[in-house]
Structure formats: C-alpha cells, structure tokens
Design a protein around this ligand. Structure first.
Ligand code: KE4
Length: 431
C-alpha cells in the first residue's frame, strides 16, 4: 500500500518550506515521515493512511477537552452563523476576558491577540514602554515565540548579552536580552546586581514545557519575584502552555500556594484559551496595561485580534474546564501515565525519569529529572527517537522531539492510558 503520508509530504515540500507550517511538525528531530492528519475526535487522530493514534500532543496544548467536543463545536457553529470577523468590538471578547480575570486573579486587564508569539512580543514591548528600560532577562530552554528579541541563546558569559539563535536577527536587536541558566540562583543574583536598574522584565516559563518538563524551583521563583520587586522590573510569566493546563489558574496558582502572596506582574496566555482556534492574550495590572494604545504610548494591534469565532471556541473551552473535578480527573490520569511509563522503563532496565502537573507531562531518558537545559540536552536522543517511532508504530503519537512536553485531554480514558502503557512496554523492550 502506498504511504499517503509520504506522498503528501513530498507534495508539501514542493510548495511549503520543509513541507510544514511550523518546524517541529516535520519530524526533523526524530526522523521519518510526518503523519498528515485527516481528522481527529476525542483522544484520537487519524492520518492519511487511515491509521489511528492516541494523541498526546493535542495541538501542542489547546485540545484539553479532546478533539471535537460537542459543546465547543456547537458554540463555534453558532458563532459562524453570525459572521467570521468584523474588525469591531464584540460582547464575547468582554465575556472571554472577564472569564480569564475570574480564573487568574493576578490579572486586572487583558488584551487578546492571535498567537503566543504575538502575546509574548507585545508583553515585552509593553514592559519596556511601561518601565522606560531596555533590558530583558530570559532563560535558556524557555521558548516565548519567535519575536526577534526573544530568539536568543546564552551569551559566552554572564556580562555578555545573548546571541541570536536565528539567522536574520541582527546582534543589535538582542543586545538587551540577557539569557540565564534556568534554576540558577547565582546567575540571577549577579544579573540583577549588575543590571538591575536597566531591567524592564524577567520572562520565564514557570514549568518549562519547551525543554520537555522542567519546574522552576520554589526558591528560584521566589527569588525572581523578590529581585524584580526590589529593582522595579516586571515579572512576566509565560503561561501560554501552562495556563489552564497544569491547573485552572495556571502554574502561578501552584507557586502562590508555596509562596504566600506570590503573583506575577504580567501573564502571557494562549493555547487552551483558544480551544484550538488562533487566540492568545497578555495581561497584567491596570497601571501597566493602560500604557497600551489607544490609551497610552505603547502600540499594539491586530486585524483578527478577539476574532468572534475564536472567542466562541475559547469561551466554550474555558467554561467546560471549570466543571467540578475536571482537573482532578485529568491530573490523576496524567499521573497514572507517567507512573506507568516509569514502571515500564524500570522493568526494561532503561534509565528514565518523568513528571506531570495537571494535564501536562514530560519524560526523559535520564536517571534523574533535569533542572536546566544543559541537563535536558544530555539525555539519550537516539534512544528517545527509537522510543518515539516504536510508539508511533504502535498507534501512540508522542511529541516528535525530546525537548517538547506531552499533553493528556479529558477525552483520554483509563483504557487509552492502559493501551499506551502496553505499547510502551513493547517499545521499551526493543531499546
Ligand atoms: P505560538 O506563537 O506558537 O502560538 O506560541 C509561542 C509560544 C509561547 N510561549 C510558550 C511557552 C510556548 O510553548 C509557545 C509555543 N509552543 C510550541 C510548542 N513547544 C508550539 C508548537 C510549534 O511551534 O509548532
């Protein structure tokens, strides 16, 4: 039988760079042929050959309810009848923002945009405009979208600023971006000691899903908060992935339980809040947010921002995840998955560590959970790739890169988890 995925991939590569509209989809890190998806429902995807997969990507986070939830589809189909886009304000944008404010008490105002990149880029511009300062701190292994100022890798030493990770980003554009090691208190202290009064913002993924799954330690997060307060910099949590995914109020809710009174100055959101449609957001305290056009001097705009169909999808999603017990059930099934994977790896004698929070998980072919990017990248990539393909052949679709997180939806049943663990037992045995 001809492989429809390969045929489509060859055709795609002729007209779309790399055959994909986002690099990670090309399977470059793991090799092989990307699966061209024809449809999805619940916890499952079907590819162009008609092969079914249990889906642990969920569109990289948004599909927390599973694919094609009837009430979400109903809300979208209803919205479509009233028009696709107006370029004018709507009540539903107010409803969505009010719902976000209700769930994330650190926020006083929110601006809706179309992607996490746009939200992160706008948050940085706003932080710089509101503070009048040029410098930002980010951490190696954290990804905040592909805005130029954020495509930076660590400099050669602490004093030097970041170097671009991408061609096409002139060094001047990233000269004010300081890249530190995640969870490194010494570097954090030194950076603020040296540049404190120049720092507009510190931006961090509270649980770094872009290096698979690495938690900011509580002492580290506490120190980020204290130093930002002390030096007048804004603490910006990038919760595009963790927001409404690891807990109803996002990761900041977890840190507030551990650090009395903890809250960020700004939060970047995306993925789940759009329910699979292009929608993201950034928000913060009123005094900062009111620096934005049309009120203030910081410009930010978007033709499709707050799109009426996307807000219908996001609002239906945010309402459904508030059902009693939703996150308890999701966290329990996700924890059962990672505990099961750990047990199967131990049975196979394979060095392995895993972690999860809410409906987000990560695993490493490392004996201990890594605490920063260098440790993540020391994991056994060849073994990961063999495992990835072993699982794919057994009908389980994991993230096609060892630095990506995994996601469980409310549609994943205990039977799906059991089937996944059975596939893992068989795949691990081949490693
Ligand atoms: P988008 O521009 O891709 O909507 O969001 C950028 C972004 C910002 N912040 C965080 C914490 C993110 O995880 C992302 C996007 N995540 C990737 C997955 N690692 C999206 C998948 C992709 O790039 O195709």
């Amino acid at each position: 039988m001809s492989d429809r995925n390969q045929t489509l991939f060859d055709r795609a590569k002729a007209v779309i760079p790399g055959g994909v509209n986002s690099p990670v989809r090309a399977f470059k890190a793991v090799g092989g042929t990307p699966r061209f998806i024809t449809r999805a429902h619940g916890a499952y995807l079907w590819d162009a050959n008609g092969q079914r997969y249990i889906d642990y990507i969920g569109s990289w986070g948004p599909m927390i309810l599973g694919h094609g939830h009837p009430q979400v589809l109903q809300a979208v189909q209803q919205a479509i009848q009233d028009g696709l886009s107006y370029g004018a304000p709507t009540e539903r944008e107010i409803e969505l923002v009010e719902e976000i404010l209700k769930l994330v008490p650190s926020l006083e105002m929110v601006r809706l945009v179309n992607s996490g990149t746009e939200a992160g880029m706008s948050a940085i511009r706003l932080a710089r405009g509101a503070t009048g300062r040029p410098k930002i701190i980010k951490f190696e292994g954290c990804y905040h979208g592909h805005a130029d100022a954020l495509l930076v890798k660590a400099g050669s030493g602490l004093a030097t600023f970041g170097h671009p990770t991408s061609a096409g980003v002139p060094p001047e554009v990233v000269q004010h971006t300081l890249v530190l090691e995640y969870n490194n208190l010494e570097q954090l202290e030194a950076a603020f000691a040296e540049h404190g009064d120049q720092i507009a913002a510190l931006m961090i993924e509270p649980i770094a899903g872009n290096m698979n799954f690495v938690r900011a330690s509580v002492p580290f997060m506490r120190r980020c908060r204290e130093l930002c307060t002390q030096h007048g910099a804004l603490l910006v949590l990038d919760e595009v992935m963790t927001g409404f995914r690891v807990a109803l109020g996002g990761a900041q809710r977890l840190y507030a339980q551990a650090i009395p009174g903890f809250e960020p100055d700004m939060t970047v959101l995306g993925k789940v809040i759009g329910g699979g449609m292009p929608l993201a957001a950034f928000g913060g305290k009123r005094a900062v947010m009111e620096q934005l056009a049309p009120l203030g001097p910081v410009y930010q705009a978007g033709t499709l921002s707050g799109n009426p169909v996307a807000t219908a999808c996001g609002l239906a999603t945010l309402r459904l995840i508030q059902q009693p017990g939703f996150f308890d059930g999701l966290a329990q099934r996700t924890r059962a998955l990672v505990d099961g994977l750990q047990a199967e790896a131990r049975r196979a004698g394979v060095p392995f560590s895993a972690d999860s929070e809410g409906g987000m998980f990560g695993f490493f072919f490392l004996p201990e959970l890594p605490r920063n990017y260098a440790q993540v990248m020391a994991s056994d990539a060849a073994r990961f790739n063999r495992f990835f393909h072993g699982m794919l052949q057994r009908g389980v679709y994991l993230a096609p890169a060892l630095y990506e997180a995994g996601f469980v939806s409310a549609a994943h049943t205990d039977a799906d988890i059991a089937a996944t663990l059975e596939a893992a037992r068989s795949a691990l045995a081949t490693l």
